[in-house]
Each structure stands twice: as structure tokens, then as C-alpha cells.
Design a protein around this ligand. Structure first.
Ligand SMILES: [Zn+2]
Length: 162
């Protein structure tokens, strides 16, 4: 059970603004757990002609994904995604383009995905277990979350070629 962060009363389900939500039943408190989606930035990192995918700590051995992270307060999404590339791979990047914005309903997130070109020698950040470089031609989108951004990026890239 969740408790009200303002007055510690157990929250109850009630209809607020037409949806069932957890809310504080105490008179005069009025706290509602809105549970709004969080924005997450993601980077398709291009480095020396390859795309760098990363494995977060705790992921299965064969699982690799994009560099992702939450925004810090006061940061623009562009600043946030470049900071994550620096933290996770120790690379200096620049944003080439916004690939797209994707709802990730299962995790209650909205993914803001960028194509980032990065320079330097990659070093594994603390949150990562591994990274690997994949030639763009070998990159295959996965069926959820940031995979939709990879799909769109590959389609755009393919459209620019004969
Ligand atoms: Zn309360």
C-alpha cells in the first residue's frame, strides 16, 4: 500500500479527472498520485562509422540497447542526452537530429530519441556492463521502447540511399 507523501494517510483509489487514481482521503489534504509518464532521453550513438549499443547492469547477456537516461533538473533534452553519452561511454557527442518521440507505456515513460555523433575513446561507465559497436547495416530494431527509434532512424537512413 502507498501512503500520502504529505500526511502519511494510506492512499485510496478514487476517480479524479475521469480516471481511477490513488489519492489521499484525508479532509483538506488533496494529494493525488498523478503517476504521469517520465521523459527519458535516448541516443543512437554513431562512433567511427559504427553504432554503439550498451548493456545495463543486470540485463541478460545478449541484451544491448541505446544509451538512455533521465533528465536532470534544468537540463534541456539535448544537454541530457549528451551528458548520458559522456557518463555511459566517456565520449563527447553532438546532436545530429531528433529521431522521434515514443511512448513507452509499459514503463510509463516517453522516450525522446536523438542521433548523436560521438568522438573519443569509449570507456565503460559505472551503470554499464558492456558495450559493442555494430555497423549500421547490421543494426536490427527491436520491438519495443527505443527499438522504434532505431527502426525510424534506419528507415530515414535507407531512404537517403539509392
Ligand atoms: Zn494526505
Amino acid at each position: 500500500m502507498a501512503f500520502c507523501p504529505r500526511c502519511a494517510t494510506p492512499l485510496e483509489e478514487r476517480i479524479v479527472d475521469g480516471r481511477r487514481r490513488e489519492a489521499c482521503p484525508r479532509e483538506g489534504c488533496g494529494y493525488v498520485l498523478w503517476d504521469n509518464p517520465l521523459p527519458v532521453v535516448a541516443a543512437i550513438v554513431e562512433h567511427e562509422g559504427g553504432i554503439l549499443l550498451v548493456r545495463q547492469a543486470g540485463w541478460p547477456e545478449k541484451f544491448f540497447g541505446l544509451v538512455t537516461g533521465f533528465l536532470e533538473k534544468g537540463e534541456t533534452p539535448e544537454e541530457g542526452v549528451l551528458r548520458e553519452v559522456k557518463e555511459e561511454l566517456d565520449l563527447d557527442g553532438r546532436v545530429v537530429s531528433l529521431v522521434g518521440v515514443y511512448p513507452f507505456v509499459q514503463r510509463n515513460q516517453v522516450i525522446i530519441a536523438y542521433h548523436v555523433k560521438a568522438e573519443g575513446t569509449p570507456h565503460l561507465g559505472e551503470e554499464l556492463e558492456a558495450f559493442k559497436a555494430i555497423p549500421p547495416d547490421k543494426l536490427r530494431p527491436w520491438g519495443m521502447g527505443t527499438g522504434h527509434a532505431v527502426r525510424d532512424w534506419l528507415e530515414k537512413r535507407g531512404a537517403g540511399k539509392p
